[in-house]
Design a protein around this ligand. Structure first.
Ligand code: SF4
Length: 334
């Protein structure tokens, strides 16, 4: 949807009209302007012409019915994936993409293998939310809403900083979607300049860091951007963020068999992570061809060591690996 055109059209209208339309698009999630019965026909026609509501996408559900991956297509032919995870406790979490492909080149990531095509606009990011908000409403009823958004899909959000932050504001502002800041998270591979800027933002958005290795040698092999964003400096800016925001920071750690999941790695990681507002989230790796997931036994041993060393640690449930919708698997494969 062209938000700029929408704004231009609404500028000519009285403020109550603006509210009616924002309410219909961002709260009632209409998919056609004809669903609005409280606006005049000439305005409806103008909206139909200059502000298309249609979002082109195809949905792939997982076998257990808990995860839905959507492949969205944009006007220039670019395609991206976005993933909805339905939890038992009435939470519907949406993992959004911020770029078409990614220049990051991380060894474990299917998106990285695609290379970089282009940044997404804030509208294209928001269209991922609207697409699934409409889908939930249509298939599961009015009460089913997206409760959490995490920027952890295709692309590195801090390499598309301005568009991502504009999208965050649309998600957060009451007159638009009105999702609580604490229900929005940005996950980065640790782009230091991005984290510094993010620390200065006034919104209290959650920060997650994809760490995946406890030392620079291994991390640079897995995450090439580590060469310019070394662990010591990275944790330094994270600590500044914590001082300023007094918020917890989540460190994601994908467990890859015989790569980063030994007892030695766990102890080395514990040495970095033993801080009150640091949380480690262990994620079972979803196979993308080159690496294998750690066994249940190795995951448990790794977690035990971190716990014993006094680190705050959880293991994340894996979603959607059968539809290539798990962490690191998004690559427009369907
Ligand atoms: S993990 Fe993130 S930064 Fe790395 S290649 Fe994949 S999308 Fe890019």
């Amino acid at each position: 949807m062209n938000l700029e055109n929408l704004e231009k059209i609404l500028k000519k209208e009285p403020s109550y009209r603006q509210k009616q339309i924002q309410q219909a698009v961002f709260k009632q999630f209409i998919s056609e302007w004809d669903e609005m019965t409280n606006i005049p026909n000439n305005l409806k026609e103008e909206l139909k012409k200059d502000c298309l509501l249609e979002i082109e996408g195809e949905i792939f559900p997982s076998a257990d019915g808990k995860t839905f991956k959507a492949l969205l297509s944009f006007s220039d032919g670019a395609k991206i994936e976005t993933v909805l995870m339905r939890n038992k406790d009435n939470r519907n979490s949406l993992c959004v993409s911020s770029q078409v492909g990614c220049a990051g080149g991380c060894a474990f990531c299917a998106t990285g293998k695609m290379g970089f095509n282009r940044n997404l606009t804030s509208e294209e990011i928001i269209s991922q939310f609207l697409f699934f908000a409409r889908y939930l409403k249509k298939n599961f009823g009015d009460q089913e809403k997206i409760t959490n958004v995490i920027f952890m899909g295709m692309g590195e959000p801090f390499l598309n900083y301005d568009q991502v932050m504009t999208a965050v504001q649309i998600l957060n502002k009451e007159e638009f979607i009105g999702l609580g800041a604490r229900n929005i998270s940005i996950s980065t591979v640790g782009i230091i300049v991005g984290i510094k800027k993010f620390t200065e933002e006034k919104e209290q958005i959650n920060l997650a860091i994809s760490l995946h290795a406890p030392n620079d040698e291994l991390r640079s092999k897995l995450i090439p951007t580590n060469k310019e964003n070394k662990i010591k400096e990275l944790l330094g800016v994270v600590d500044e963020y914590i001082v300023k925001k007094s918020r917890k920071v989540m460190f994601e750690y994908l467990l890859i068999e015989n790569v980063n999941d030994s007892a030695r790695h766990a102890k080395e990681l514990a040495g970095l992570m033993k801080k009150p507002l640091y949380m480690v989230n262990l994620i079972k790796y979803n196979t993308t061809g080159d690496f294998r997931a750690s066994s249940e036994n190795r995951v448990n041993k790794f977690k035990k060591i971190l716990k014993k060393e006094g680190v705050n640690v959880t293991v994340r449930k894996s979603f959607g690996s059968d539809i290539n919708a798990g962490c690191g698997q998004l690559a427009n494969k369907n």
